[in-house]
Write a protein that binds this ligand. Structure first.
Ligand code: 6CS
Ligand code: FE
Length: 299
C-alpha cells in the first residue's frame, strides 16, 4: 500500500450525527501464506465467522506456567505503579497489563511460538508484528466487562491503523464459563464497519481502557448486527483460545462469580498495514505500549 492510499480514510468514524453501516471492503483471510496453514486451522470458517476457537492451543502444563506468570505480575507492587497497568475503577484490582510480551520473556516466547505466529501469518498473509499485547484479569466478584466494540474501530481512529489487517488471539488462562465474563462475539459481524459517534477526547485511553464510552456503536447498530448475526460466546477450558478478526463486534459482561477469567491477548498486525503517523480520528497517537510503532516482524 502506498502512503497516498493510507491517507485516504476508508473507514470514517468518530463523526458527528448518525452514520450508516459500511461494508468492509478488505479481505478477512489474506492470501500469500497459504502454504503455512497451521494444523487444524479452517481458513474458510474464519473467513465466514471472523473468529475460530481452538479447544486446546496450550497444554495444561503450559497454561499453569503462564497462569503463574500473570498471577505473579499482578501481585508485583512495583509493576502496579507502571503506566502499563490498568486498575479497575471500583475494586482497585489489576484490570489489564499492557505490553506484557515486553515485561514477560515467557509471554514474548509465546508470540514466537509457531502455533501462534503461524496462525497470524496465515490469516494476515504477510510478516507480522505485535501491535498490542495485554493480560486481562477479570477477577472474581468485581471484574468489570468491556462494552460492545470493534477493536479495529479504535485502532483505526486512535492509533492510525489503515485497514482491518490485524488479528487477535485470546488465550484462556482460567476456565471461561458462560457466566464469568467470557467474550461474546457476533459471527460474521467483521464484514461490517460500524462508524461510532462522538469526537475522540484527548488522552482518551486514560478512561477508555477502564470503561469505553466513546467509540462504542449505537444501540440501533448493535441491535441490527445482533439480529442479523446472533451472538456466540467464547467458552472453554483454560488453554483454549479464540482467534478473532480485528473488526468483529465483541464484548464481555461483568464477572460477579467467584471464578476469575484471565486471558492473554496478543494482537498481530501485518507489516503491510503499519500505523500512519497521525491517527484518523484522534488529536495524537496513543502511547506505544498500547499501539506499537516498532514494526519489526516477529520471527
Ligand atoms: O483500546 C484498545 O486497544 C483495547 N480496548 C479494547 C476494549 N479491546 C481492544 C484493545 O485491547
Ligand atoms: Fe476488544
Amino acid at each position: 500500500m502506498t502512503l497516498a492510499d493510507n491517507r485516504i480514510d476508508r473507514y470514517p468514524t468518530r463523526i458527528q450525527g448518525p452514520s450508516a453501516l459500511l461494508e468492509r471492503t478488505d479481505p478477512t483471510v489474506w492470501g500469500g501464506m497459504d502454504s503455512e496453514t497451521p494444523i487444524g486451522f479452517d481458513a474458510a470458517d474464519f473467513e465466514t465467522n471472523g473468529f475460530t476457537i481452538f479447544d486446546e492451543l496450550l497444554s495444561p502444563a503450559e497454561v499453569a506456567q503462564y497462569s503463574d506468570e500473570v498471577d505473579w505480575l499482578s501481585s508485583d507492587p512495583d509493576l502496579r505503579l507502571d503506566e502499563r497497568v490498568i486498575i479497575e475503577k471500583k475494586s482497585n484490582r489489576v484490570r489489564s497489563i499492557f505490553e506484557v510480551h515486553k515485561i514477560s520473556p515467557l509471554v514474548d516466547s509465546l508470540t514466537r511460538d509457531p502455533r501462534v505466529l503461524g496462525l497470524a501469518r496465515r490469516v494476515l498473509g504477510s510478516d507480522v508484528y505485535i501491535h498490542q499485547s495485554r493480560v486481562n484479569y477479570m477477577p472474581g466478584f468485581e471484574g468489570t466487562g468491556f462494552y460492545w466494540h470493534s477493536d479495529f474501530e479504535t485502532w483505526h481512529a486512535e492509533d492510525g491503523m489503515p485497514a482491518p489487517r490485524a488479528v487477535s488471539l485470546s488465550i484462556a488462562l482460567t476456565d471461561n464459563y458462560p457466566f464469568n465474563g467470557s467474550l461474546m462475539v457476533m459471527p460474521g459481524s467483521h464484514r461490517t464497519f460500524v462508524p461510532c459517534q462522538g469526537e475522540t477526547p484527548a488522552d482518551h485511553y486514560r478512561e477508555s481502557l477502564q470503561e469505553q464510552m466513546i467509540g462504542v456503536p449505537s444501540h440501533e447498530h448493535i441491535t441490527e448486527l445482533a439480529d442479523g448475526h446472533g451472538i456466540a460466546q467464547f467458552t472453554g477450558a483454560r488453554g483454549s483460545a479464540l482467534l478473532f478478526d480485528s473488526n468483529v463486534m465483541h464484548g464481555s459482561a461483568n464477572n460477579i462469580t467467584p471464578f476469575p477469567r484471565s486471558n492473554i491477548f496478543l494482537v498481530f498486525n501485518s507489516v503491510e498495514n503499519t500505523l500512519i503517523t497521525t491517527p484518523y480520528s484522534a488529536p495524537v497517537p496513543r502511547p506505544t505500549y498500547i499501539a506499537a510503532r516498532n514494526f519489526d516482524p516477529v520471527r
